[in-house]
Design a protein. Structure first.
Ligand code: ZN
Ligand code: ZN
Length: 635
């Protein structure tokens, strides 16, 4: 009996990891001595194992609260196996819990997001006259809100834990989490010993605030960094729109060999590749994942699909998607949105059907993809039906992006009045994408009366977005109303609105080359401009007429032509042409909407050079092949 006291428990005995421990001569309860039981509990591999030990203890009438260590260990073991109810039952059955059990209970509910319960336990501890210790504070701080955090901070100081490394780390984390940079900074600066965790929390705080410089300088100062520190810094660059910085840091991480990148690092870095259009770097990371035998789970696969799609390679995106295991809604959404962005509306809708057949619920993102797909494929009735079913069947409230798709759908189909009415009646404020879709529809269908009406309305609305002014000016220019153009231009001047600088990039040999309009900073500038002139000559001999009316500056005709020739897209294309073999497709990335002249010119360039040119602008992808574009000239 003494050799196998647990043999009668329901689970098979071989599940116990150390049955030999039970052969130790038992104490007076017929059980191994408490310290042996303690190490058995600590070594438990499953909740069944914990249950067996617990059952044996109960059968031998061992009152757990007489053995605080076992009590605490059982509580923690249940919590670590996510059996919160069992672990709290132990807490509640203990007549007068000590500070360790209180702290453990607070920690358990904190990490499971039961904030109110954590505070309740803390209040109970105070009313039971138990003095909190460093574990109590660090546990409760994990779950505090701004207000309760301040109160706990006061308790910390009053109880003399103001310079405890463990507790102050919790405070920095609290203030970082709640976005209170000043307080986080104050606690952090006074820390006698900055821990890895507190420094990482402070870096998180800086990146959340958008202060990359402070984050990076602290990062560089740290003597020791773990994978979380690297992830926070890399993700900071990605989230704040500095993907180049993220990629450089990732390379540095690999060069230092320790720590090894984990799933979070790879997802953040792939997202950076997608943002900047760094296809070659993205491919390299894909190969790295395979070589290191990192599991290609749904999260990593989805990041790869997103990267390939945003880098303009839809084929690669699809082949990763096909092999993605246990696809969730995010995985399906990513592929549906990818198809829509690239203008493959029918494929996106086919995939949407397939997604519904798997029983997954569509989300608001799914519908952005679906409505975009309809807009790009010109499926008016279907689009309207989806818009209705999104609200009525799935209870998803339309956001500005959904309205954007709908307006674009209506505008493209020539239902301009209806689109305009809808924009005016929306409860959400319309954005540039919406207005430009509407104005684009007016241009496409030659409805300049409505176009002008919208323009007047917008001028009266005190808009400050430079994109809208550019659209307005184009609107007037395309009907030859140069008074209108001048009016818009003067208004921009008066309001001090600057046109957002356009930046185009192209990735050659694993390096992303960025160009601004008229840029001469590139080391091969001479050759680039020679190519620009060559292209212009070929375009002209094909009968191409530059769309000078879109130039906003007050210039002469030939200067306007020259200013169009050096738009950032054209410089990036020229660089791509001189650095790649004939026939190689070019992938260009533009931060703004591609302008009419660049769109027209790129169509012709694809024909003259026999190159496929994939261009991503702010709204969508354009695939230029043999003189035409996949967007059907509506974007
Ligand atoms: Zn342009
Ligand atoms: Zn296009």
């Amino acid at each position: 009996m003494a050799s196998a006291p647990l043999a009668t428990a329901s689970a098979p005995r071989q599940q116990l990891t150390a049955p030999s421990s039970f052969s130790v001569p038992a104490g007076k309860f017929g059980l191994p001595p408490p310290e042996k039981l303690g190490s058995l509990i600590d070594g438990s591999k499953s909740v069944d194992h914990v249950l067996q030990i617990h059952a044996a203890i109960l059968r031998h009438n061992l009152l757990l609260h007489h053995y605080p260590v076992l009590n605490l260990k059982l509580h923690r073991a249940y919590a670590s196996h996510c059996r919160i109810r069992y672990s709290l039952a132990i807490f509640h059955q203990t007549p007068s819990p000590d500070v360790f059990l209180f702290s453990a209970a607070i920690n358990t509910v904190s990490v499971h997001g039961l904030h109110d319960q954590a505070l309740l336990f803390y209040v109970q501890l105070l009313s039971a006259n138990v003095d909190p210790n460093e574990f109590t504070f660090s546990s409760i701080l994990k779950t505090c809100s701004v207000e309760s955090g301040k109160a706990i901070h006061a308790h910390v100081l009053k109880s003399g834990f103001g310079s405890d490394a463990y507790v102050t780390t919790g405070l920095v984390d609290l203030y970082a989490r709640t976005g209170n940079v000043l307080s986080a900074q104050k606690v952090f600066d006074r820390m006698p010993d900055r821990s890895l965790v507190s420094s990482t929390a402070m870096i998180t705080c800086y990146t959340k605030q958008g202060n990359l410089e402070a984050a990076r300088s602290l990062f560089d100062e740290m003597r020791e960094r773990d994978v979380v520190t690297w992830n926070v810094m890399i993700d900071g660059y990605t989230q704040l729109g500095f993907p180049g910085g993220a990629l450089l840091l990732f390379q540095k991480m690999l060069a230092e060999e320790k720590p090894k990148p984990d799933e979070v690092t790879l997802v953040a870095t792939l997202s950076a590749c997608g943002q900047i259009g760094a296809l070659e770097s993205g491919r390299w990371i894909h190969a790295f994942i395979k070589n290191r035998h990192i599991e290609l789970n749904v999260r990593i696969c989805t990041a790869l699909v997103d990267m390939y799609s945003k880098c303009g390679s839809l084929d690669d995106a699809w082949s990763v998607f096909k092999k993605t295991p246990r696809k969730d809604a995010v995985a399906w959404n990513t592929m549906i949105v990818s198809y829509a962005m690239h203008g493959y509306g029918h494929d996106a809708l086919r995939l949407f059907d397939e997604m519904l057949r798997t029983g997954l619920q569509p989300t608001d993102i799914t519908y952005i993809g679906v409505l975009n797909a309809c807009a790009h494929a010109g499926l008016l009735d279907q689009g309207l039906a989806f818009f209705m079913s999104m609200r009525d069947e799935y209870g998803i409230q339309p956001k500005i992006e959904h309205y954007g798709c709908l307006v674009s759908l209506l505008a493209r189909a020539g239902k301009l009045k209806k689109a305009y009415e809808m924009v005016k009646s929306m409860k959400i404020e319309a954005d540039t994408v919406l207005w430009s879709a509407l104005l684009g529809g007016c241009s496409l269908h030659g409805d300049f009366v409505l176009g002008k009406e919208i323009a007047e309305y917008l001028i009266g609305q005190n808009v400050t977005n430079s994109g809208i002014f550019v659209m307005l000016s184009n609107m007037y220019a395309s009907v030859g109303d140069f008074e209108g153009v001048a009016k818009v231009r003067n208004l921009m001047k008066a309001k001090g609105i600057q046109k957002e600088p356009g930046i185009s990039s192209v990735e050659i040999d694993n390096k992303v080359h960025e160009f601004r309009a008229g840029d001469r900073k590139h080391s091969r500038s001479r050759e680039i401009y020679a190519m620009v002139r060559k292209i212009s000559d070929s375009l002209r001999s094909c009968g191409y007429v530059p769309n000078t009316h879109i130039v906003l500056q007050d210039l002469g005709e030939s200067e306007k032509e020259r200013s169009l020739q050096v738009h950032s897209e054209k410089l990036a294309i020229a660089y791509g042409l001189i650095t790649t073999e004939a026939g190689t497709p070019l992938r260009i990335f533009k931060n703004l909407r591609v302008c009419l002249d660049c769109h027209n010119a790129t169509k012709l360039i694809s024909r003259i050079t026999g190159r496929k040119i994939v261009m991503r602008d702010r709204n969508r992808f354009h695939h230029f092949v043999d003189g035409s574009c996949s967007c059907g000239d509506f974007w």
